[in-house]
Design a protein around this ligand. Structure first.
Ligand code: SF4
Ligand code: SF4
Length: 580
């Protein structure tokens, strides 16, 4: 029998799972309207490819992945796109975000689906593309795009595939019921993952508080290829954490800040594995999921297969919601879940549970007291952190110390808060600090990118100025060269030199004109005109001989004509010498 290991810390909160396991999975049906946030996964939100008023079919692509870490979105039922706009989403902040809203037509009519007859005929890359195109993100709660996780790091080989059948939150039973009812589909999904990853071993880890699920998996696994084991281990919270489960099943620890792939391991959630099977075998995109609806404020706790985008209020009503008994609604479990601002928000890919507890069942925590340094939080922490110290650093916003004390290894399991006798909401401080640090990193990256852009622009401006300067220098050198050549040849052919000489002559004439008689001035002017005429006639003759353009010749002829007329006028007006 395989040895199982233990991880540091952990707690044993009271279980409340039986309530929702008295019935099988129930189809929730089609509500009147579906609201689909464009971001139901980690990474860039999907980009709508439909317009308001457009008719869509069930399974049709309505938003495509944008960027590497992103997944597309599909219509969960047929109908008409009623809006693409901001709507409240299930998020701890209570924020709104962009959603595609579909008014369902009730026909639930499928778009054509294209599964593959035998996945073994397809390359792993082709199967990964199908998984990505089906919009599959981790259904365990994190929502990381599955195809990216399966693709792993280039060159890193996967020795162990771990299937996470652990469901340690006290109320959630969505995976438990799936293992009981669809163990065959889980094994079919695992076979596809084995074809993609070629691991040496596959370990399905399930806590021992799910004997029916373990039996169903073991029965289905009897026909599976060798190298696959269903491993039961003692129930403890939070065994479902990826790093904790890896340690339980293999004894290996994922290095701080590292990924399971760094030690040759990939983990996938049970629900995700079924979604992979549905995408490859049936060609069915991810448009629904199993969600537990439970708590003392619902009359009939149970698990639903629910279309994504279904209003939580619709699901709660199916389970016999009694709002008068409910103090707050929680998405997820009491340990890691968060309070919802409204029951109008939709079910999304990560909605594994809607918990409607009564006031006595989950009373509001009493006011926090001062830390008494009892150390219980450190004993409970499964990540071997020092929660009390992290708390001080978080309060003081000492970012560097938080990072030095491995804040980002915190899996936000809430075990420290659970055991704290002073009722300090420790995990909330860590969440806030992480968000702040990530925002700071993001801002720093943006500032760095802006700095690099600015420097590149400055460098380009300097380079362009240098190029312009070089061209100016080259033009100047060429002009000087031409001038030297013209000077050597004589100034007659050089129009610049000729102009300079004309100006010199004019100035000299003006200077000398002051002292000359009117007859002398007229004679000098006539002389100058005759010289210009001579040059213009010569230029015209050369132009004709060289076959220059017609318009140039016309202009030269006009100049010659004008000079002739000026000379004639000057000759006529010239003062006659006096006769005595
Ligand atoms: S459990 Fe609470 S009181 Fe005890 S050391 Fe940790 S933070 Fe302080
Ligand atoms: S919430 Fe973080 S610090 Fe607290 S016990 Fe869990 S992992 Fe440790």
């Amino acid at each position: 029998m395989r040895r199982v290991f233990d991880f540091h810390g952990g707690i044993h909160p009271a279980e409340n799972k039986q309530q929702s396991l008295t019935r099988g999975i129930r189809q929730a049906g089609v509500p009147e309207q579906l609201t689909l946030p464009l971001s139901q996964h980690i990474g860039a939100p999907a980009q709508p490819v439909v317009a308001v008023g457009e008719q869509v079919l069930k399974g049709q692509l309505i938003a495509e992945a944008r960027g590497h870490v992103s997944v597309p979105l599909h219509a969960p039922s047929s109908g008409v796109v009623a809006a693409i706009a901001e709507r409240p989403i299930p998020h701890p902040s209570g924020y709104s975000a962009k959603c595609i809203v579909i008014d369902c037509d009730g026909r639930d009519q499928w778009a054509p689906l294209h599964g593959v007859a035998d996945y073994r005929d397809h390359e792993p890359t082709q199967l990964l593309e199908r998984i990505r195109a089906a919009g599959i993100a981790g259904l365990g709660g994190a929502g990381f795009p599955t195809a990216i996780k399966l693709a792993g790091k280039p060159g890193a080989s996967i020795r162990t595939l771990i299937i996470n059948g652990t469901e340690c939150e006290p109320y959630i039973t969505a995976d438990d019921i799936l293992m009981r009812e669809r163990a065959g589909d889980i094994l079919a999904g695992i076979a596809i993952l084995r074809h993609i990853l070629h691991p040496e071993q596959v370990l399905i880890g399930v806590e021992d508080n799910k004997p029916e699920a373990i039996a169903a998996l073991r029965s289905a696994a009897a026909d599976a290829e060798p190298g696959l084991e269903v491993i039961a281990f003692p129930t403890k919270y939070p065994s479902g954490g990826e790093k904790q489960l890896i340690e339980i099943l293999t004894g290996l620890q994922v290095p701080s800040g590292g990924l399971p792939a760094d030690i040759g391991i990939v983990c996938q959630n049970i629900g995700t594995v079924v979604a992979v099977r549905d995408a490859i075998v049936d060609g069915r995109p991810l448009i629904s999921r199993i969600t537990t609806v439970t708590g003392e404020a619902v009359a009939a706790p149970q698990n639903f297969e629910v279309l994504l985008g279904t209003p939580m209020q619709y699901l709660l009503d199916l389970a016999g919601f009694q709002p008068e008994h409910c103090l707050r609604l929680i998405m997820g479990g009491p340990m890691m879940g968060f309070t919802l601002a409204s029951a109008a928000v939709p079910v999304v890919k990560t909605t594994n549970c809607i918990l409607a507890p009564s006031a006595s069942e989950l009373p509001p925590p009493p006011p926090a007291q001062a830390c008494i340094r009892c150390g219980l939080c450190a004993q409970a922490c499964p990540a071997s952190l020092l929660p009390q110290q992290l708390f001080w650093f978080a309060q003081g916003k000492e970012v560097e110390k938080l990072e030095q004390h491995n804040l980002f290894d915190c899996i936000e399991c809430g075990a420290c808060s659970w055991v704290c006798p002073s009722h300090i909401p420790l995990v909330q401080y860590y969440r806030a600090s992480k968000a702040e640090i990530l925002q700071q990193r993001h801002d720093h990256e943006k500032a760095e990118q802006a700095r690099l852009r600015f420097e590149a622009r400055q460098a380009r401006i300097v380079r362009e100025e240098q190029e312009r300067e070089a061209m100016r220098a080259a033009r100047k050198a060429a002009a000087e060269q031409r001038a030297r050549q013209a000077a050597a040849k004589g100034s007659e052919d050089d129009p610049v030199q000729a102009a300079i000489e004309r100006a010199k002559a004019k100035k000299a004439a003006q200077q000398s004109g002051d002292a000359a008689t009117p007859e002398q001035q007229a004679a000098a002017q006539l002389d100058a005109l005759r010289q210009r005429l001579e040059k213009s006639e010569q230029r015209l003759a050369e132009g004709r001989a060289a076959g220059e353009q017609e318009k140039i010749l016309v202009a030269l002829e006009a100049t010659v004509q004008r000079l002739r007329e000026k000379i004639a006028a000057a000759e006529a007006a010239a003062p006659q010498p006096e006769t005595h």
